[in-house]
Design a protein around this ligand. Structure first.
Ligand code: ATR
Length: 288
């Protein structure tokens, strides 16, 4: 659709933003839905410019924004409202225009949940292993704890970080859901069944695709489904090892897709049909 007098503008704020897949996702969806909406990239060079960028976007009647690295937490003070999930996670990736400013949401974790659901991976009641205890892993654990999983074994090289995440989330739920462990504990993981494993570290990402968080092939015999939040390379070594031992493996591309789909739905108020999300995914995947 051509740009005209009523075209609504959405965009991505971050630095860098040039290689983002988000324009592809949102412009594909908008075109196919017949929405007069365009999505563009707004690089904000420095944190000191962030407040002016958000206020300027509001003044310019921008409909919605995504926020990416490194501003997902820094943006919070400049918002009019904050969704409770985004508040708990402490990171915002989507802004929706409301009266007097923007409201912040986190669609990354709902995106991961929707990606798992679309791939037929049911987590409710299941024991899940999470690898890593950085910002991404913490958000994954928040999502899992809210979805009534069984136990979450949180394995990290630095046990203190795993403990901090577990204390925080178990405290929020007043229940022991997250069990912090050192990475090597995978050798002691209870036998007799296979696990859903979410790889939430940056190990194995381009430019170091040869990396994998656990080298020991024995571990992969215990994996039923391996989900890597990395999407570049398309097939990480973690995924290859899961598949080589009979498990199903997925990369983070669908999480990326669905965080965008959910953001788009928040901006327009109209659900994006599955077939259309699939079309955006195909386009996106062609370029990953
Ligand atoms: P993010 O916010 O993207 O999650 P992060 O907070 O820097 O990034 O966290 C990186 C995660 O990858 C951590 O769990 C880190 O383990 P430590 O807490 O022990 O540092 C993990 N990680 C990174 N490189 C690793 C490596 N070579 N071996 C094991 N774990 C690694």
């Amino acid at each position: 659709m051509d740009i005209g007098g009523n075209t609504r503008i959405c965009g991505l704020i971050g630095n860098p933003v040039e290689h983002s897949k988000s324009p592809l996702i949102h412009n594909t969806i908008a075109d196919a839905m017949g929405e007069d909406l365009k999505y563009v990239l707004f690089r904000v060079d420095e944190k000191a410019q962030l407040e002016a960028a958000i206020k300027g976007a509001y003044a310019l009647n921008i409909q919605g924004l995504n926020i990416t690295v490194p501003y997902k937490s820094d943006v919070i003070p400049f918002l009019k409202e904050l969704d409770p999930l985004a508040e708990r996670i402490g990171a915002v990736n989507t802004l929706v225009r409301i009266e007097g400013g923007f409201k912040g949401f986190n669609t990354d974790m709902p995106g991961l949940y929707r990606a798992l659901s679309e791939d037929g991976v049911k987590i409710e009641g299941e024991d899940v292993v999470v690898l890593g205890a950085g910002g991404a892993a913490r958000a994954v654990c928040m999502m899992l704890a809210e979805r009534n999983v069984g136990r979450v074994f949180l394995l990290n090289r630095t046990i203190e970080r795993a403990e901090a995440v577990a204390n925080e989330i178990n405290g929020l739920h007043d229940a022991k859901i997250i069990f912090p462990k050192v990475l090597d504990w995978y050798k002691d993981i209870p036998e007799g069944k296979k696990y859903i494993v979410i790889q939430a570290t940056s190990v194995g990402m381009v430019p170091h695709p040869e990396g994998v968080i656990i080298e020991d092939e024995g571990f992969y015999n215990k994996v039923s489904v391996g989900y890597d939040i990395i999407f570049n390379p398309r097939e990480t070594r973690f995924m290859k090892l899961v598949k080589a031992h009979g498990g199903e493996a997925y990369n983070g591309a669908k999480m990326l897709l669905y965080q965008g789909v959910i953001a788009h739905e928040l901006w327009t108020g109209i659900p994006v049909p599955f077939a259309l999300a699939a079309k955006a995914y195909e386009k996106m995947y062609g370029e990953v």
